[in-house]
Ligand binder design. Sequence first.
Ligand SMILES: Cc1cc2nc3c(=O)[nH]c(=O)nc-3n(C[C@H](O)[C@H](O)[C@H](O)COP(=O)(O)OP(=O)(O)OC[C@H]3O[C@@H](n4cnc5c(N)ncnc54)[C@H](O)[C@@H]3O)c2cc1C
Length: 467
Amino acid sequence: MRFVDPLKALADAERKPYWLDSPAKPEPLPRLLKDTTADLAVVGGGFSGLWAALMAKERDPSLDVVLLEGRRIGWAASGRNGGFAMATLTHGIANGLERWPEEISTLERLGAENLDEIGETVARYDIDCGYERTGELNVATEPWQLDEMNESVRIAHELGIRFDVLDADQTRAEVNSPTYIGGFWERDGCAMVDPARLAWGLRQACLSVGVRIYERTPVRNIKDTHAAMELLTPHGTVRAARVALGTGVFQPLLRRLKHFLVPVYDYALMTEPLSAEQLASVGWHNRQGVGDSANQFHYYRLTADNRILWGGYDAVYYNGGKIKPEYEQRDETFVKLAGHFATTFPQLSGLRFTHRWGGVIDTCSRFSAFYGQSHGGRLAYAAGYTGMGVGATRFGANVMLDLLAGERTERTELRMVKEKPLPFPPEPVRSAGIQMTRWSIAQADLHQGRRNLWLRTLDRMGLGFDS
Ligand SMILES: Cc1cc2nc3c(=O)[nH]c(=O)nc-3n(C[C@H](O)[C@H](O)[C@H](O)COP(=O)(O)OP(=O)(O)OC[C@H]3O[C@@H](n4cnc5c(N)ncnc54)[C@H](O)[C@@H]3O)c2cc1C
């Protein structure tokens, strides 16, 4: 194998999210500059808020809906992720079965319907986001990972879900890496999207149905005056009957949320486009998203112009739980990721990266979103998607709308929806516990997946840390 210098491959990589660095980026919408009223005020212009606003209008076109975004639509996690729109609502079938065994088949069905409906919405509004329902190829690179894979496949088959098991040769026939020893292809479980274009497309869809969107309009506070919910922004107040919070991991407007969420940084690289020869050397005719199966995993995929997005592995919690722009760049992680890329695809040596970036994830201790209400049912929230919100935020938005309407639906009656995750302990115990967990996870990967006493204790308590 030729020696590959990760620093050389990274030398020209721009320090910004590839997807957001696009000529398709729309001009900013106006700020809110005066007081206004609304039936529904949505806070946050990521996928959570965009889906909530759009579907509120689809449910009732006469509703007056305002969406308030503190910066730009899609600038945060929603516009800079891997673009794997997953069907799962529970961060994978095994995690869902572990926590809600009696609901898992319903949750899987609802997740599949949700992903179908995302595809239908993309088609209905003609959203140009490279939507491809290619599924996800899960690959094993160590024998112990095969055992865990077999368990997921067994559960899926019991639930009647199609997971195609592949041996080493079959896996490499899909995507050619010498590191693969087996895998399975979850054919229907995932669609690939360009996430920024999806966010911008949903923004346009919202505008087309009459949602009023204000960008660069941070909500500083929410006051309940009994007559209305008042959302205070720098230059105007919105008086709304109902509020949907889609604010992700940022400074919560509802204090209780801070106990359940921690900001975890995830990082990604984008290569230059592959030549026809380079692409042929990898195969990848079915264009699936790929995920490897260690606890510290990589996710990777092709773009429309045949670049490879390569992300994951390090999930970084900065002590104290702050969110800072400088955390979006981490050279130590980029060098590690570039090195792992070279090991996975030695035939692509010489390929250069054009972009490197990071983003912050709303991690909660059960790895899948939680939902709730406050202010006598007039405010609803959904958060905690833990690195799997591209698809699931639409389901979460539907839950918020059900709750705000006071409707009992199949969704609102789920234990998953009614229950909250275990809260994280306060600082400094929080940082110490998370760093201990990260260290233990890395150790497990080095020792055939064996989980130490710390991880086993957390497992028993239903507490975890992931990205
Ligand atoms: C690098 C990376 C890779 C990922 N890869 C995947 C993947 O492949 N598949 C997957 O399913 N998930 C992935 N995720 C996670 C996924 O991106 C998120 O789960 C999802 O985008 C969450 O959407 P959201 O709308 O809840 O939050 P966000 O996208 O974070 O949006 C929240 C918005 O609320 C706004 N806001 C916050 N507070 C206020 C306020 N007070 N006033 C006004 N506005 C406010 C913010 O400015 C922001 O725009 C990844 C995340 C990252 C960072």
